[in-house]
Design a protein. Sequence first.
Length: 510
Amino acid sequence: MWQRNVLTTWPSALPEGLGGDWTGWSQQPHEATWSAERRQAVVDAVKRQYAAQGWTPPGLQDLEQDGCRVVTVGHQLVVCGGPAFLHHKVLSAIRTARGLELAWGVPVAPVFWMASEDHDWKEAARVDGASATHNWVPDDLSIPNPVGRLATSGLDALLRAWGEDGAPASMVNDLIQDLDAVEQEGGPYAQVFFRWMHRWYGDLGLVVLDPDDEALKASCAELWAREMRDEGVRHALEGTDAMEGPAHVRDNQLFWLGEEGRVGIVKGDSRDGTASWKAGQHDFVDPSQGWDAWAVHEAAHCSPGVLLRPLYQEMLLESACVILGPGEWKYWHQLPLAFGAHGVAFPALRLRDHGLVMSPELVQSGWQPRDGWMTVEQWEKWVLDGWMETHQDVLASHHAALIEATAAIRATGMELASELSGAGGAFEKGVDKAWTQWLKKFRRALKSQQPEAWSAFQKAQGALMREGVPQDRWANWQVLAGEEVNAWNEAWMAEPEVLTTSVWLHRPQT
């Protein structure tokens, strides 16, 4: 069963934000209204994207209300949902939206912002089963296309292999059904992931939005124009501490979507005292109609980088709050000055809830979150230290007796002849060395003489970390939950009025 705990329960330090009733928040969320123009652009896109799948968006009536606000969460298009923290983020967004709706008395919709334009497919292409990691290798990798635009070849084989490695059979069949529906229409991977997110969380009210949308990009063309005029994010952050943040501040935050895939726009040769740009083999010169008109016309080719994506998102959504992981929390904090320079409101940031499933072996081991994450080497030391402690009194007694005996032997020698002093000291050192070596062998013998207990401890560590990575960053939510996934989701919806970031621990029922 799941139990909610305070943020400091987590095995490693997390940003606490404001603390108190707003633990995990950068600031309290503002109740300002969502501008009608921006809201309508988003509503139109949502209708269009859901209609392409033959669906009606969840909570459409709420989105269309003047007072509606949104809680936004974004993530890469990880196959089969990837590591559990994707689901931790989404569930945090849904429950936070419900909590703010209760507090404010207006509709608050949870929106999933698909990171469909990310071109680092390797991060999105792996999913863990019960015993192994499964990797999707698309066919068309010679060109760095955005993940969302990749063809779906190879996905079916991955899904079936994952299904044989602990994933619930009913879920795998559903995901294959979604894949088949998209492949029949010749659609890209983004449409598959869109359907998966709707399948998992549509009934909880999650609205899925793909920002790789020409109309949405055209409505935010001023962002692209400012980058091309060299008046964008870097211009706003130049000379400030934000330049030293975790995310690299490029000269131009735009990428160009063209025949060469998604290629970063970089500085070319200066012309007539003004900056020029290039992306691969594509050169950009000052357009006769100006960058503003150019940005509208070329919007479909413009793709925001990591530090421009938040501005694109918030120019459209004006979120009441944004749900983030710890890494995202850090680079979003590079951007308040850029938001101000662009006239975009900087949202309240809320750290996602964190969850850990404690296996029966992990519970039995006596490990507690305060003990921290442990690699295999650290875990083995921790286990053996604990076992040695149970023998500590007996060993201490033997050691004391040994020290007393060697001291007596040395004293006897000294009484007989002073020249035996050196030999007595060497004897004491030899005994001490032998004792140390014996303790090491005794420690190893504890391990070899308890193979079943040792195996259980190894299994416990394997549930906690894999290859040095904490559970929530490798273990798949569907595999962990099995047929209980809906019950797990509902458990995380408990007490929506509690807005603080929480740590959830799942212990087996006894």
